[in-house]
Design a protein around this ligand. Structure first.
Ligand code: AMP
Ligand code: MG
Length: 464
């Protein structure tokens, strides 16, 4: 067989048995690649020319794979639940030519020991949606899992109607979740917990390995990454939609693109997910939920901390403070870049709040408003604000603004159009959209435009 470039290790499968179940993908009837990420494949050290669709449709295992489904729990909408990879199989960890390690996971490859009532499958359109939005996040510079391929399996999946089954090959710096810690904390021993923390440190925070108090430092580093991640979501108007602890990665990457979407019109209370009736995961709640999730991680790792009970509690509280410190620092720095202000003045925060308030009251498009701020002196709702801003901007830097305010984001109406065509076998719109999203800071005739009918009850769905 020609060299496909696989260089897989399986360190997660070397953890104790409680962490996973051996699990082969179910296989496909007629494997076909729908989209393949050539640049990512090259970065991973794969040889795209030699790779056939069967691996990405779950019909053949790559050399060196030791397929498993990972066990985890999660607080779903605030309530603890045992979950695990109900429709995913981790093939192994690809070691890239540069020496980096990435999980290669098939999502939608059939039932597993954790499938509960589900069929373990995924439909084509939601997998393409994950492909589009995760790649958009990557090019926006936001930490994220990536998408290597989507392949159809030839197996029908039954949802409200019969749909084409598909598998997404997801690439992640790991799939260790806050929910993995919740799981081990509930069902494992202290030794298991230590192994999970040591493994997470080895994979994501190797500088901490020989430090005293490394478990506290680990929690603090996760806190900082989560704070910075969620600030970057807020800055681009991204709504994750299902921030359960099983969907929060320890690495600080955005993971699990289910009911997520970008906001068009700025409304801080925006919720897209059809099941989020109370708005727990609304745009303006995301920072608070990040802190809540981190508190669930702190509770899980606390048994590893040294010190008296009150000291341990103080340390855990300190990590939440670090989260907020990181969130606020990154948000304000990002906002300064978005409005192009250099230096710091005491009234800056107020000026930004005023802008956001005007945007909300006047139902302005979040992305387009920032992108076009320099020419907003003629836009009635912003005329006064624009004058104030101009006098603050002694040294205006429009270049900074152009680098921090995307022109092209995966707007819902464009994504839906691309997916509808793709389902009919026409991938051209999806490729055009992906091309624009890979240069998000360049103006695009088609993709920079807000929709004509913004916020008309757009709804997103989980687990499709
Ligand atoms: P999510 O909302 O995507 O984070 O999924 C929550 C849980 O449901 C995870 O344990 C998933 O593996 C599981 N799940 C989602 N869809 C399916 C499916 N079609 N079959 C089995 N398990 C699923
Ligand atoms: Mg999930």
């Amino acid at each position: 067989m020609q060299n496909e470039g696989w260089n897989l290790e399986n360190t997660y499968a070397a953890l104790p048995e409680i962490f996973y179940q051996n699990q082969e993908p179910e296989g496909a009837v007629s494997p076909e690649i729908v989209i393949f990420n050539q640049p990512l494949a090259k970065e991973l050290g794969l040889n795209p020319a030699n790779i056939s669709p069967d691996i990405f449709a779950g019909s053949r295992l790559p050399c060196g794979a030791n397929p498993i489904s990972q066990a985890y729990a999660g607080y779903q909408f605030g309530h603890f639940a045992m979950l695990g990879d109900g429709r995913a199989v981790l093939l192994g960890e690809q070691i890239t030519p540069k020496g980096d390690r990435f999980d290669i996971q098939l999502k939608g490859s059939g039932r597993t020991a954790f499938s509960r009532g589900g069929d373990g499958r995924a439909a084509l359109s939601p997998m393409l949606r994950e492909y589009i939005i995760s790649e958009a996040m990557y090019f926006l510079g936001i930490p994220t899992t990536r998408s290597l391929a989507v392949a159809t399996t030839g197996v029908d999946v039954m949802r409200e109607k019969t749909l084409q089954g598909a598998i997404l090959t997801r690439v992640a710096s790991s799939h260790i979740r806050v929910g993995t810690f919740n799981y081990i904390s509930a069902f494992g021993t202290k030794d298991d917990l230590r192994k999970l923390a040591d493994y997470s440190i080895w994979r994501h925070f190797p500088d901490l390995e020989n430090k005293e108090n490394k478990y506290i430092l680990f929690l603090q580093e996760v806190a900082k990454r989560q704070g910075s991640l969620i600030a970057s979501w807020q800055l681009v108007g991204f709504i994750h939609g299902v921030m359960n602890t099983d969907n929060m990665s320890i690495s600080g990457e955005t993971i699990d693109y289910g009911p997520c979407a970008f906001m068009d019109t700025y409304d801080p209370g925006t919720v897209f997910s059809s099941i989020d009736k109370l708005g727990r995961y609304a745009y303006d709640n995301q920072p608070k939920i990040g802190a809540w999730n981190l508190a669930r991680l702190a509770e899980a790792v606390m048994p590893l901390f040294d010190g008296s009970e009150s000291e341990v509690i103080e340390q855990a509280k300190g990590s939440i403070a670090q989260y907020w410190g990181s969130y606020n620092k990154n948000w304000i720095a990002g906002m300064r870049n978005k409005v192009g202000i250099l230096g710091e003045e005491p009234t800056d925060t107020e000026m930004m709040a005023e802008l956001l308030d005007l945007m909300a009251k006047n139902k302005l498009d979040y992305t387009a408003t920032f992108r076009s701020l320099p020419s907003a002196q003629k836009s009635p709702p912003l005329i006064d604000w624009h004058k104030k801003w101009q006098s603050r901007l002694k040294n205006q830097d429009e270049n900074i603004m152009l680098k921090h305010n995307p022109a092209a984001i995966p707007r819902n109406h464009h994504v839906e159009e691309a997916l509808a065509s793709a389902e009919q076998g026409d991938l051209s719109e999806m490729h055009n959209l992906l091309a624009a999203l890979s240069k998000p800071f360049e103006d695009s005739q088609t993709y920079s435009q807000p929709p004509k009918h913004a916020n008309c009850g757009y709804k997103t769905f989980c687990g499709t």
